[in-house]
Write a protein that binds this ligand. Sequence first.
Ligand SMILES: NC(=O)c1ccc[n+]([C@@H]2O[C@H](COP(=O)([O-])OP(=O)(O)OC[C@H]3O[C@@H](n4cnc5c(N)ncnc54)[C@H](O)[C@@H]3O)[C@@H](O)[C@H]2O)c1
Length: 430
Amino acid sequence: MDSQSGNIDDVAARSRIGSGGNAAAGRIAIEWARRHSPVLNGLLRRTLDDGVFTGRRIALVVHLEAKTAFLATVLADAGARVVVAGSNPHSTRDEIAAALVSHGIEVHSSRNSGYEQWEEDILAVADTEPEFIIDDGAELTIRMAKHRPVFYNNIKGVSEETTTGVARLRALEAAGRLPFPAMAANDAACKHMFDNRYGTGQSTIQAILQLTNFLMAGKRVAIVGYGWVGRGIATYVRGLGGRALVIEVDPIKALEAHMDGHTVAPAGQALPMADMVITATGGVRAIASNHLPLIKENAILANAGHHDLEIDVEAMDKASFSVRTVREGIERYELKDGKSVYVLSSGALVNIAGGLGHPIEIMDLSFAVQGLSSHEIASGDYAPGIHVIPKHLDEAIARARLAHEGIHLDQVSPEQRDTVDQWLGDDREH
Ligand SMILES: NC(=O)c1ccc[n+]([C@@H]2O[C@H](COP(=O)([O-])OP(=O)(O)OC[C@H]3O[C@@H](n4cnc5c(N)ncnc54)[C@H](O)[C@@H]3O)[C@@H](O)[C@H]2O)c1
């Protein structure tokens, strides 16, 4: 199928990317992602071969790094007119943006652009009047609802990546402001069970250790929120010899953390002991100004949740004498109470803004969900509202990944089924 990549000069003129991006380096990173993404290369490409996206406008607003760029090329190869922006002002890789533009795909994003520029970039994508959106945190969708209501009403469908974004879409639906079908990609098993747990768990710890050059063994790590993400982080903390101290508000999740063998305690007890604090609640101000007196001297604070304000860096700024970058990705806050603490990646998602993001195998699954969700909306007959991809597609993704690993499954034989005939036997005839 012909790629819908546009004329490079026109695309470059329409795009806004960082000036220092080395497109050749970006192409190498995208090629590496391509080589290790069997589900996107197989199942997704085959599905999109039906031409449903030919000539359709798709906006892709996800953290802009190599795996995202590879998804953009798969959609463009399927005939879509793809426009891309990053879903966070801190996480875009300039070399990847440059590589996409050199491939003929329009991009509006640069690393550490600042919030104002990032908003402008998102609205520039909105102004291309996307018919389909692949979103992360609903960052494009909520801005179109607010600032581009006419284009918003013409959207044909949205597929949403993450927990926070699905919560935002549900809020829009409750407010009667969701006039199109939206797929909660996050709610697919092949997304949250692997991406939120294993992907974020591994890449968050990896990024923290890489940024700090610290050892995990023996560290006490407070994890705020024990959902899919928090649970994954706790697993990797323990795997490397650290001890997880879980701060939760939901009694069931707290009990689960307890039975998983972690220490569960309120912030007042956990924070004074913690060498590191990692937020994963999906909300804002999980670490707020009232927590600052509790935090240990020289503690490392990092965020894995969607919001850059899970650690209230604005309040920390006000409570500090000085804030200084002491190493790449590490800011030291000298608090007015005389204590110093460190914040990684300015409070943005540390695994993406301060690391390489999710492992390729994980994004192969997550983006297969996103791609198939979008295809499902484009080819199906879904009513406005929030949907989840059908179970058979979720299972097809898992099977494709298993097949790549050389793993094939048994099937339940008729003799193994517990059926009504077996319970009742011949009695039914009497
Ligand atoms: N960094 C990444 O790459 C990445 C990947 C996937 C999801 N996310 C984001 O991570 C966040 C968490 O996702 P999830 O799937 O684990 O969500 P989840 O809803 O499964 O879990 C969140 C947990 O936080 C708890 N919580 C909420 N507020 C709290 C508070 N103030 N104090 C203590 N606990 C609190 C909730 O009770 C819940 O158990 C979301 O913002 C999601 O979008 C990030």
